[in-house]
Design a binder for this molecule. Structure first.
Ligand SMILES: CC(C)(COP(=O)(O)OP(=O)(O)OC[C@H]1O[C@@H](n2cnc3c(N)ncnc32)[C@H](O)[C@@H]1OP(=O)(O)O)[C@@H](O)C(=O)NCCC(=O)NCCS
Length: 371
């Protein structure tokens, strides 16, 4: 049985940090560090901290600001991390809470209630805990039936989640599957690393995937999809259960987000362009029929290059919408925010594609047509 995307949902934190605010906090911290360690720096035993620059950030990435769940502590040079108080085990976890907010938005758009859902997948990069699954908590909060589980394919989690949902529907396990992408990326971002402190933001998205016979009017037919992975250490986070077993201790450098951005750029652009092109051919969809590409939101130049390679010409923002200017990289949620905010003008028969890519490496493309 075929599956359709019935609706998507979005929850955005109320606070946002501009590049200027972020850079001011970073530079206050680096100045203070350099003053406090002036003697060691002069003696050459430690390196001076560099300054960050808002113009560099905009030029290198296209990012102007990012939404965050805990603004003030991130901008406090003595903290430079979110502060999210522990909750007792009988309170809903923050990750489940924001997933539910995005989920309710998607359910309302499709005219559904929690009880209509019979499978939930929380598919994201930044899972708050090992178990019980955040998805099972979301299931309880929504009053949904069936079953739920978490999965993590880093920034590609949304497309891998859609494809997993389709598989569950095809095998008869479920008929109405909610895929949630809650991303509190600020939790794993090293705000004291100049190379990456500007990259991520917080958000939650949700995608309702349903069996063809129950999907609402105006749902999105899935013409085809393809997932790929290829191992790379160029984007890595070594945080995990074995950190406490390392007698030598672990550092922020190793247990927070780390990437070799330039290599990622060079290696992922051709991989993703080829993936999209091959899948369009396989689905017999000429590029001329593609009205829009909702791409992962990591870097503006990366998206410009990928869309140019796929379409064989320069494309504008109407063709490849940009949300990373205000949301920054929101990991698995990026392509779904782009879709959520830029698909209302599609009419029956219009075709587009959702594509996500990131750590692993991993990439997924889903070609959709408005019913
Ligand atoms: C991260 C990224 C924006 C960096 O842009 P870049 O053009 O590759 O920049 P580089 O890291 O090579 O840095 C260029 C120079 O600017 C400096 N620089 C880095 N961050 C800086 C900052 N915040 N302010 C000022 N200068 C900075 C670097 O130290 C380097 O200096 P050098 O030339 O003296 O060595 C870019 O590589 C990128 O987005 N890559 C794709 C990443 C991606 O998609 N990741 C997926 C994550 S899920």
């Amino acid at each position: 049985m075929n599956s359709l995307i019935s609706a998507t949902g979005l929850w955005t934190p109320k606070d946002s940090i501009s590049n200027d605010e972020l850079v001011a906090a970073f530079n206050t911290w680096s100045d203070k560090f350099n003053t406090e360690h002036a003697d060691e720096i002069a003696a050459g035993t430690i390196e001076a901290k560099p300054v960050s620059n808002a113009d560099f950030i905009l030029k290198a990435s296209g990012i102007k600001s990012r939404f965050v769940i805990s603004k003030d502590p991130i901008l406090n040079p003595d903290i430079m991390a979110p502060r999210i108080p522990e909750r007792s085990n009988d309170q809903v976890s923050i990750l489940a809470e924001i997933a539910v907010k995005a989920a309710k938005d998607a359910l309302a758009k499709a005219g559904r209630e929690g009880k209509d859902i019979d499978a939930i997948i929380v598919a994201c990069s930044n899972l708050q805990r090992a178990y019980p699954a955040i998805a099972i908590e979301v299931q309880k909060e929504l009053g949904a039936g069936g079953f739920a589980f978490d999965m993590n394919v880093a920034c590609s989690s949304a497309t891998f989640g859609i494809e997993t949902a389709r598989g569950l529907i095809a095998s008869g396990q479920a008929k109405s599957v909610l895929v949630c992408n809650p991303e509190i990326c600020s939790g794993h971002l090293n705000f004291r690393d100049r190379d990456s402190h500007f990259i991520f933001g917080d958000v939650a998205t949700a995608i309702l995937v349903e069996r063809e016979d129950i999907a609402p009017e105006g749902a999105w037919e899935i013409l085809g999809s393809k997932l790929i992975t290829q191992f790379s250490n160029n984007i890595r986070n070594n945080f995990g259960f074995l950190n406490r077993g390392a007698a030598e201790g672990t550092s922020d450098d190793d247990t927070l987000f780390k990437q070799n951005g330039r290599s990622v750029f060079k290696e992922v652009v051709p991989m993703v362009a080829a993936l999209i092109t091959e899948q369009l051919e396989k689905c017999n969809v000429p590029t001329a029929d593609i009205k829009r590409m909702w791409l992962h939101q990591a870097n503006l130049s990366m998206n410009t290059l990928i869309s140019k390679k796929v379409m064989g010409k320069d494309v504008d923002m109407a063709m490849a919408p940009v949300v990373l200017d205000t949301y920054a990289n929101t990991s698995s949620a990026g392509s779904i925010i782009a879709f959520n905010k830029n698909s209302d003008d599609f009419v029956s028969g219009d075709t587009g594609l959702i594509c996500s890519f990131g750590a692993g490496y991993s990439a997924g493309v889903v070609i959709v047509r408005k019913k």
